[in-house]
Design a protein around this ligand. Sequence first.
Ligand SMILES: Cc1ncc(COP(=O)(O)O)c(C=O)c1O
Length: 417
Amino acid sequence: MSEKKWKFDTLVIHGAQTPELWRNASLAPIYQSAAIRYDSAEELSEVFAGKKEGFTYQRLNNPTNEALEKRLCLLEGGLAAVVTSSGMAAVNNALQAILRPGDQIVCSNSLFQATYGLLTNALKKLGIEVRFVETCDPRAWEKALSERTKLVYVETIGNPRMDVPDIKRLAELSHKNRAPLIIDNTLATPYLFRPLDRGADIVVHSTTKYFNGHGSAVGGVVIDSGNFDWPEDKYPDFKVYKENKAKLAYIDKLWREIHVSYGTCQAPFHSYLTLIGLDTLALRMQRHQSNAQALAEFLAKHLLVKWVNYPGLPESSSHATAQTQFGGKGYGALLTFGLEDEKACFALIRRLKLVYHLANLGDCKTLIIHPWSSQYINFPVALRRENCISPDMLRVSVGIEAVEDLMEDFDQALKAV
Ligand SMILES: Cc1ncc(COP(=O)(O)O)c(C=O)c1O
């Protein structure tokens, strides 16, 4: 049976595996070597010139990293991928590969805090103008987008606002304005949703989260569909890359101009850990999501909980879009909920016995954090509020434990608050 016919659950385990290149080892080995040795100067020159396939130096390429790139690219239905040192390196590289000072971009206003920081600090200093748009308001996108727009950027499920934009509609709008659509698909993963199938052009991930699944390595990836044609009058910098590599122009430009120059390579050991985690992605996502749904419903009914925000709940403003877009396969596994005030949130965190209190998501273990006093602590209060972060809010990344034990843990902690 060909790879093309495999269901996702098979593809995630068997797809793009090449044991014949690894002396028949069943896992990609860790090529823990800064550089690769060549007998002749002629051969190394050909590899550097891109005339011959091969590896040179770890900042540029590495066989373990390539194994991860191939598997992730296949899962997202892309043409080419580059793994990076972190999710933020992937976000930064994906944007900077396209932008020049003076460019304007249009982004959702529901973004991960460090992405928001990148856009409003580092990219602003480079002369990039960012227009933020209400994620689920198609008319606001229509108004903000123009021929000047160089790219459009959203998260499939916004972290931590939990809102879900209509990706197909956004792809149509972006393309009408001759701009590529870039999606951060970290919270959904391709198990739940593949943005490239709905017209998006580029996908980024923090592989630190569900791909790795065990909180054992930080990493990121940029995956290109190869479909956006980078019109020369609007993206003149792409001309030389298009002549050289045609559909691979974007990844080649990103790799040469940003990834290699900024030194954002992933450590091969991190790729190895993520390759192992990837095998169980489908199984884990099923359980993450069914647990999240059950826990969200449990918390929504709990007398001591003021509110719950999870796209799987019918009262969520994103429920209908998420249901259609994700085809009933789930709603991710991140949720937020509210208590009386910050004091109550701190007390709950103290009382939880099973749930880990730390700044990550997508781990097998259930994790909790109080964003107002942690990830957002250095944002001025008005900006925290603008980002929909409130002192009464807790964020939970639901793990894969027995959900009854999770409910019991939350129940005993809530009662003790
Ligand atoms: C949606 C999203 N994108 C990007 C990132 C950044 O990833 P990393 O921490 O691997 O740099 C995160 C991290 O939490 C995230 O949640």
